[in-house]
Design a protein around this ligand. Structure first.
Ligand SMILES: [Zn+2]
Length: 338
């Protein structure tokens, strides 16, 4: 089958050819014909060698949508059948460790990310266990489908981890980024007042109540908007660049949650300022299968912005586009139709 594949890490060694075998399925697996895949930093890390991958040669690709081609003998046909449109929960998990039993399958002690610890979806076909496969509404567009398992799930999980409540204030840094735009929408759905930090005023289209465009004035503007209370929940997925202003914008008993550090991961922390305000610092990653199901239930109301789309043959260009300064929305690869 056609796939983007590399033997040794590095963007230049990535090629697209027919050398990979079409995957075989076991009794509990589902074979999926890949339709559209989202391109995320994790895919770049897989190819560049920043994250370890197996097997080698390796096919990257973590955020996958497609159509069921075939199901294993023990897959419940009432649940999944040939021709269904689906998305893939991107985590390998055993279902038996203490964390899985707690419902935290994305933290499985014996698991990992599809596309890192297994071959991924930058290929015509992928085989995954049926427990990773979620049916999507028939009328859902592929662009949104290919944005649910990572781009939507990550901020949804983060806001849940931060226990965002109705009528609280949520401050979103990196609001015009893909996860940021999703965070705004989820914040509104959860009944919060959303303040977005972005130079791009278009984030208003995603439902932000307030937009702060001057990065140097975030703290004082949050103070104005919240009448001195400061934000109940602050989402900083951009890392060190926004660290100090995100920390200074958290109110008493507030929560600062992060799932990314693209501008740098090493930050300074004043512990006195942390404990005196009783601020909770929360690290968050991925999301649970239950949360992916929650998102599917509200997905007809979600919006996503696509910046550029590529063919499978252009995987390298797609990965490069991810970190383009002018990027404004999602980078997608249309595998089917390449
Ligand atoms: Zn487990």
């Amino acid at each position: 089958m056609k796939a983007a594949i590399f033997e040794t890490p590095g963007l230049d060694t990535l090629k697209v050819d027919n050398s990979a075998e079409k995957p075989k399925i076991t009794d509990h697996d589902v074979l999926i014909r890949v339709k559209t895949v989202g391109v995320n930093p994790i895919d770049h890390f897989a190819v560049s060698g920043a994250r370890e991958v197996k097997p080698l040669p390796h096919i990257p690709g973590a955020e996958i949508s497609g159509i069921i081609e075939k199901i294993g003998d023990h897959v419940e046909e009432d649940n999944l059948k040939e021709g269904d449109k689906v998305v893939i929960h991107p985590k390998v998990f055993d279902g038996t460790c203490d964390l899985c039993l707690d419902g935290l399958d994305m933290l499985c002690r014996n698991g990992g990310v599809i596309g890192l610890v297994t071959n991924g979806g930058f290929a015509e076909y992928i085989a995954v266990p049926d427990k990773n496969v979620f049916k999507i509404p028939h009328d859902m567009g592929w662009d949104l489908a290919a944005s649910l398992p990572v781009t939507a799930l990550t901020p949804y999980h983060a806001l849940n981890d931060a226990s965002l409540q109705v009528n609280e204030s949520l401050l979103v840094f990196g609001a015009s980024g893909n996860t940021g735009m999703m965070a705004i929408q989820f914040g509104r759905k959860m009944g919060a007042m959303v303040i977005a930090v972005s130079k791009n005023s278009k984030v208003k289209d995603f439902g932000a109540d307030y937009i702060i465009t001057d990065y140097d004035k975030v703290v004082e503007q949050v103070k104005d908007i919240t009448q001195g209370k400061m934000a109940d929940v602050v989402l900083n997925s951009v890392g060190v660049q926004a660290w100090q202003s995100s920390f200074d914008s958290v109110g008493v008993n507030g929560r600062l949650v992060t799932f990314g550090g693209l501008t740098g991961a090493d930050v300074k922390l004043n512990v006195q300022s942390l404990y005196l305000r009783q601020v909770k610092l929360i690290g968050s990653t991925g999301g649970t299968r239950k949360q992916l199901k929650d998102i599917l239930g509200m997905s007809n109301e979600l919006k996503i912005k696509v910046w550029r789309r590529f063919k499978l043959e252009e995987t390298k260009e797609a990965l490069q586009a991810l970190f383009a300064k002018e990027r404004d929305g999602r980078v997608l690869i249309d595998v089917d139709g390449s």
